[in-house]
Ligand binder design. Structure first.
Ligand code: C2O
Ligand code: CU
Length: 474
């Protein structure tokens, strides 16, 4: 009998293969399966005794860390128990267009009470994250975000692998979230919170032992805040940026570990404080607003090891194609507008309008002199750029505004090749690059993922006020 059923199975398989050839997509067996439920929930950022805040969550704040292996087929079902439609975007993962989560561009929003199954192949190892892409400023601002760890076949050997989802919240005195859709946020630096959390906790304590080696995966899930962290009592190595390996380099004592909204940095921390000592991790990005992010508490136990371990090895490259700079097609994108930006007028749907009229429609940021209309079900608009599949591109991005803009491209990871006209010695592979006021950067990539891909500022209030469009790869 066992032979017979095995034979049955084999026949079944070959029939299926034939149908697949005839154009029916083959169903992939999922090697990782998970179910997320988005719903309202109460949390406290200040421990058990603190004020309660009503947030939106994927079951926990932040959502559960999705951990799978490089090369696995992943299937994640999202059930929407929120009062509003939603989607999930898998930030930084280079996946099929239909799974990318941008409403109307990639999929229909998932209505309240409905579910959607995302499935994709995890091509790249590293640290990524997930968040909604419908009314992102509000939905991410209400707490919808979570970490993704795609495990390398050969990781760096550490004593502990930790994820820090850093976020901020704008709370009123009673602990409730301040209202969204603040026009001042949209025209200035975005929604800055007044409470910063790590994994949903304000100023958490991390217990460590002297000599311990920790891999710390920093993910910036804040709507608008850039973090510039200082880690005392540790030797700090940068080993990956936006999921992709870099040559391990030690962070100098007074250097800040910067991570902009949407971005990720993987660090190796060799903890070298004294047993019993308590030190603090501080954010120093905004000079006048430095504050304590976390406390690091050394146990009184003897050191885990005597002396520092060897420098961390470089992680294996992800399969990101290397652009051919000599043959690349070049395009410029000039970002303008916002408060104190000096922009008077811009083109909107073929008509030149004054900034006042545009602001009346909620649009304050322009790209190459044009305001990008929001993508709707009836009209997604036209691509900012159409690219040929397989070809190399260099995009040169200039920030002519008074604010920071972390610019994010979907579906691709790009090589950052220059900042302010200066070539980087070695390009850095990223998906979100912070461009400060008056700064310009050049990014290069091969347009190898077909479809329409969002390109936007990850200050989510900016994206919703016009700093979001898309590019097309055909
Ligand atoms: Cu993390 Cu289009 O975003
Ligand atoms: Cu911006």
């Amino acid at each position: 009998m066992p032979n017979l059923s095995r034979r049955h199975f084999m026949i079944g398989t070959s029939c299926f293969a034939l149908t697949a050839l005839a154009g029916v997509p083959a169903a992939r067996a999922a090697e990782y399966d998970s179910h997320l439920v988005a719903s309202p929930r109460e949390v406290s950022f200040f421990g058990d005794q603190g004020l309660a805040t009503s947030v939106w969550s994927y079951g926990a704040t932040p959502g559960p860390t999705l951990r799978f292996k490089q090369g696995q087929n992943v299937r994640i079902k999202l059930s929407n128990e929120l009062p509003d439609p939603t989607t999930v975007h898998w930030h930084g993962l280079r996946i099929e267009n239909a799974m990318d989560g941008v409403p109307f561009l990639n999929q229909k929003p998932i209505a309240p009470g409905e579910s959607f199954i995302y499935d994709f192949l995890a091509k790249d190892a590293g640290t990524y994250w997930y968040h909604p892409h419908v009314n992102s400023a509000e939905q991410v601002g209400r707490g919808l975000s979570g970490a993704i760890v795609v495990e390398e076949p050969e990781p760096i050997v550490v004593d502990r692998d930790l994820v820090w989802v850093v976020d901020d919240w704008r709370l009123r005195r009673d602990g409730t979230l301040a209202p969204f859709d603040d026009f001042h946020d949209a025209t200035h630096g975005g929604r800055m919170g007044n409470v910063v959390t790590i994994n949903g906790e304000a100023q958490p304590r991390l217990s460590v032992r002297r000599g311990e080696r920790i891999r710390l995966r920093l993910i910036n899930a804040a709507n608008a805040r850039v973090f510039g962290l200082k880690f005392p009592s540790a030797d700090v190595w940068r080993v990956a940026v936006d999921g992709h390996p870099v040559d391990p380099s030690q962070v100098a004592g007074d250097e800040l570990v910067m991570v902009s909204p949407g971005g990720r940095i993987d660090l190796i921390l060799d903890m070298n404080g004294e047993p019993g000592e308590t030190t603090i991790v501080e954010d120093h990005y905004y000079p006048r607003y430095s504050y304590v992010m976390a406390e690091i508490e050394y146990s009184t136990d003897p050191p885990i090891r005597s002396g520092a371990p060897a420098a961390p090895k470089r992680l294996a490259e992800n399969p990101v194609a290397i652009p051919d700079l000599a043959k690349a097609e070049r395009h410029e994108m000039l970002f303008e507008g916002g408060a104190m930006g000096g922009l008077r007028q811009a083109e909107y749907k073929g008509e030149v309008l004054g900034l006042r009229d545009l602001a009346g429609m909620g649009l304050v940021w322009a790209v190459n002199g044009k305001m990008i209309p929001p993508m709707t079900e009836a009209d997604i608009g036209s691509p900012m750029l159409t690219m040929e599949r397989g070809k190399s591109y260099v995009l040169s991005w200039h920030n002519k505004t008074a604010f920071d803009h972390p610019i994010h491209l979907h579906g691709h990871s790009f090589h950052l090749i220059s900042t302010d006209g200066k070539r980087l010695e070695k390009p850095i592979i990223m998906d979100t690059v912070l461009i400060q006021p008056d700064q310009s950067v050049e990014v290069a990539f091969i347009a190898d993922n077909p479809g329409d891909w969002a390109l936007h500022c990850h200050v989510l209030e900016h994206a919703e006020a016009g700093m979001m469009g898309f590019v097309r790869v055909v």
